[in-house]
Design a protein around this ligand. Structure first.
Ligand SMILES: NC(=O)c1ccc[n+]([C@@H]2O[C@H](COP(=O)([O-])OP(=O)(O)OC[C@H]3O[C@@H](n4cnc5c(N)ncnc54)[C@H](OP(=O)(O)O)[C@@H]3O)[C@@H](O)[C@H]2O)c1
Length: 298
């Protein structure tokens, strides 16, 4: 079986991804501060000297694939602590690209749809990036340095949802909790993006690996919608009343760290390369609904 190492192994994406592939791959989740348990998966934590122990572990294991799911994803924290953001979001990807190259592993780096100023209607991989905040700046710098070190790396620009973890809720969890508990849900009607369900994201990334994709690809859904409309779509598919959803405007939030209002990415390059259709938003939400019963209990 091929060996896959997930750096940032306790995160939302890594846990869901590991759960999906653990019967077909030998999976290793690298823990940082949090330690979890997941059946069929090797959970690795180092008692001391994290970096040296991790390097030694990878050099001994010789994995086929290293996936970087670690990041400081809290936009406010990145802004108030840019040096921590740089360390996690840029320096670690650089180290991982070097290590992957050294050990002969394919490197997959998870990036973001947050890299632009939002002035264009939809962005493709060739568009000039224009990051607005520290989170975006550090993620943009990572893409650049990773590809400088390893031109065969795959950079995944995305924005996903899925069943979260006890300690890490996803955007769809937040909406579903609000709908089910009938609490007030204010969702931005002036922020647009192209969300993808983690199940579909993982399926497409593995297809891209089979097709030996390298460089930057947008792994997103085809529909570009507002956060408000995403909430409405969830209420419809889950057959829940949308009475408690109201629309709000990010433009009215004066104390917010500057963010792009439009993060819509085009998946045209990816779909052409894969020669495969992608599930529609509605189909992806139906998969989310079907998968609730087997969500990772972590
Ligand atoms: N969530 C989204 O909707 C979204 C959207 C666009 C892009 N992305 C990108 O997708 C990737 C995965 O996001 P996610 O939401 O799954 O992340 P997440 O749930 O926030 O998890 C982040 C992971 O990184 C680990 N980590 C943090 N600092 C570390 C360090 N110094 N060394 C080693 N590990 C460290 C954390 O472990 P500890 O908690 O133990 O520190 C955790 O396992 C990220 O690159 C993110 O930028 C996410």
């Amino acid at each position: 079986m091929k060996k896959v190492v997930f750096f940032g192994g306790s995160g939302l994406l890594a846990v869901n991804w590991a759960k999906k592939i653990c019967l077909d791959y030998e999976v290793y989740l690298i823990m940082h501060k949090r330690k979890i348990q997941l059946p069929e998966v090797n959970v690795i934590h180092f008692d001391e000297n994290f970096e040296a122990s991790f390097n030694h572990f990878v050099l001994e294991l010789k994995p086929d694939l290293i996936v970087n799911c670690a990041a400081l994803t809290n936009v406010d924290l990145c802004e108030s602590n840019p040096s921590m953001a740089n360390k996690i979001n840029t320096e670690w990807p650089k180290k991982l690209a070097l290590l992957s190259k050294k050990v002969g592993a394919k490197f997959v780096h998870i990036s973001t749809d947050h890299l632009f100023d939002g002035k264009k209607k939809i962005y493709n991989e060739g568009d000039q990036i224009s990051p607005l905040n520290q989170y975006a700046k550090t993620k943009a710098a990572a893409e650049k340095v990773v590809l400088l070190i390893d031109e065969n790396a795959l950079i995944v620009r995305t924005n996903f949802y899925g069943w979260g973890l006890s300690y890490r809720k996803s955007f769809s969890d937040f909406i579903l909790e609000g709908l089910r508990n009938k609490t007030d849900l204010q969702l931005f009607s002036d922020v647009f993006y192209s969300p993808i369900y983690i199940g579909e994201l993982v399926r497409l990334i593995h297809l891209a690996l089979e097709k030996k994709c390298i460089g930057i690809y947008n792994f997103v859904g085809t529909e570009n919608i507002s956060k408000y409309d995403f909430g409405m779509a969830i209420s419809e598919v889950f057959d829940l009343s949308n009475e408690n959803i109201s629309s709000s405007l990010i433009g009215a939030k004066k104390d917010f760290v500057l963010r792009p209002k439009n993060m819509a990415l085009s998946n045209e390059k990816l779909l052409k390369k894969l020669n495969q259709p992608i599930l529609t938003l509605k189909e992806q939400l139906m998969s989310l609904k079907e998968d609730e019963i087997q969500k990772a209990v972590v």
